[in-house]
Design a protein around this ligand. Structure first.
Ligand SMILES: *Cc1c(COP(=O)(O)O)cnc(C)c1O
Length: 460
């Protein structure tokens, strides 16, 4: 057990704060890391320890922790108009500008944007939009939502129902009408002797069967992350979206890309759907949209859904939905700046997405190198997001005994040498900020390699 000095930051954290998604035994043993400031891709705790954050916070702090342009954009907007809503026919000028910008950088020729404070709320909003639309268009039974096992879409009651993780059972979720299809993870889900193409065909057949069983006219939408994030950084099997999209089209079921992680450059293209060669009917954005400098999410509807929602709202006289801080002017100013910083290049700097593209091969090389360790079963990645999956036996892909807590141990060993990376199941997830230099990639993989070696020596 960690011995807490009275009145230390750690003791005070434990005295009055609650923790989400935190392993309580590890907390009891190691205490809270209380952060005080950041520099580039590093964060510094209240004891002055520096950590390279290989997860960019929670996938979102892609411009690091001291980006002057983003900080200035927020400061200037706080001086001009520090807050406003987007109800009753009013919205800030920055909100108008951001909607234009998001449609411009989206894969859609035209579209419309609705704002939330988070990715979870954006997914909730999307589902309510589909429910509203279908009712207004005379199809009140079209309510079911299809997602996949291991998908992560958030934590509100609806977005947690979309999430395909077993822990939601503790809340009595999912709600009825949320259906989870097979995770498109070839390495883990394929049957003995099944090729990747056969695996994808099996998943397509499953989708057809579920639609036939449930009735196409009861299904409101199919929501998918182009690369699964919190489910374990899982890129889909080759050809997956090309196999499912025609089936959805045939049955008139919208395909929504949850791009909360993959949006704004993570996969080397502005959107993950572009990396995977498909155009969805709507996009969910958050996280990197403000580079983590403001809490904000958005539903970006493509032309067809935008027209239908606009028409249905006009007919009902209202779309009765929205958050007090939807389209917050400071969030919009920060997001406008983030789009410029990441995709276009701001203040004479190259666009951050250029650095992502340049360093993707370094990321791939480092992952492939660590994958040679006999206790790594799979290195999977796309762009600069990925995971290393620990296994007790490479041949059988058998995981380590759960009570060994292998990935927690690896993350803790990394922490002790100044690297933050996240345990997820038996995998360790990496998704560094977009500003990483080659030397920082070396630091990240070097520290991770040492941590893996020491943990596997202890448990294998
Ligand atoms: C993080 C995440 C969400 C939820 O976003 P919050 O801002 O945490 O509510 C939704 N979808 C995906 C793909 C995410 O990674």
């Amino acid at each position: 057990m960690k011995d807490l000095t009275p009145n230390s930051w750690e003791a005070r954290a434990e005295g009055a704060s609650l923790y989400g998604f935190t392993d309580y035994p590890t907390l009891a043993e190691r205490g809270t890391t209380v952060l005080a400031r950041g520099e580039g891709p590093y964060v510094v705790d209240t004891d002055g320890n520096r950590f390279l954050d290989a997860n960019a916070g929670l996938w979102n702090m892609v411009a690091g922790w001291d980006h002057r342009g983003l900080i200035r954009a927020a400061q200037e907007q706080y001086e001009r108009l520090p807050g406003y809503h987007a109800f009753f026919g009013r919205m800030s000028d920055r909100t108008v500008e951001l909607s234009e910008k998001l449609v411009e950088v989206s894969p859609f020729e035209r579209g419309r944007v609705f704002y939330t404070n988070s990715g979870s709320e954006a997914n909730d909003t999307l589902v309510k939009m589909l429910w509203f639309l279908n009712r207004m268009e005379g199809r009140p039974e079209a309510r079911k939502i299809l997602t996949r096992v291991n998908a992560y879409h958030g934590v509100t009651a609806v977005s947690a129902s979309m999430t395909g993780k077993p822990y939601n059972d503790v809340f009595g979720l999912p709600l009825p009408g949320f259906i989870h299809l097979t995770c498109p993870h070839y390495w883990r889900e394929a049957r003995e002797g099944e090729s990747e193409a056969q695996f994808v065909r099996r998943l397509a057949r499953e989708l057809e069967e579920v639609i036939a069983r449930e009735g196409a006219d009861t299904i409101a939408g199919f929501v998918a992350e182009p690369v699964m994030g919190a489910g374990g950084a899982i890129p889909p099997a080759e050809g997956y979206f090309q196999a499912v999209q025609p089936i959805l089209r045939k049955h008139g079921i919208p395909l929504i890309a949850d791009e909360v992680i993959t949006g704004f450059g993570r996969t080397g293209e502005p959107w993950g759907c572009e990396s995977y060669g498909f155009t969805p009917d709507a996009i969910i954005a958050s996280k990197a949209m403000t580079a983590g400098y403001f809490p904000m999410g958005a539903v970006i509807l493509g032309p067809e859904l935008a027209d239908r929602l606009f028409a249905a709202s006009a007919e009902f006289t209202d779309f009765p939905h929205g958050f007090t801080a939807s389209g917050h002017p400071v969030g919009c100013a920060v997001a406008l700046k983030a789009a410029e910083v990441i995709l276009e290049g701001a203040d004479g700097d190259e666009p951050l997405i250029e650095n992502v593209r340049r360093t993707m091969p370094l990321f791939a090389e480092g992952m492939d190198r660590l994958a040679r360790h006999p206790n790594i079963g799979e290195a999977r990645y796309r762009g600069t997001m990925g995971a290393l999956e620990a296994v007790a036996d490479r041949e059988t892909k058998a995981p380590f005994a759960a009570d060994l807590q292998v990935s927690e141990r690896i993350a803790n060993a990394c922490h002790d040498v100044g690297l933050i990376c996240r345990p997820l199941g038996q995998a360790v997830v990496l998704c560094p900020p977009f500003i990483m230099t080659p030397a920082q990639f070396d630091e990240m993989f070097g520290k991770l390699e040492k941590a893996l070696g020491s943990v596997f020596d202890a448990v294998a």
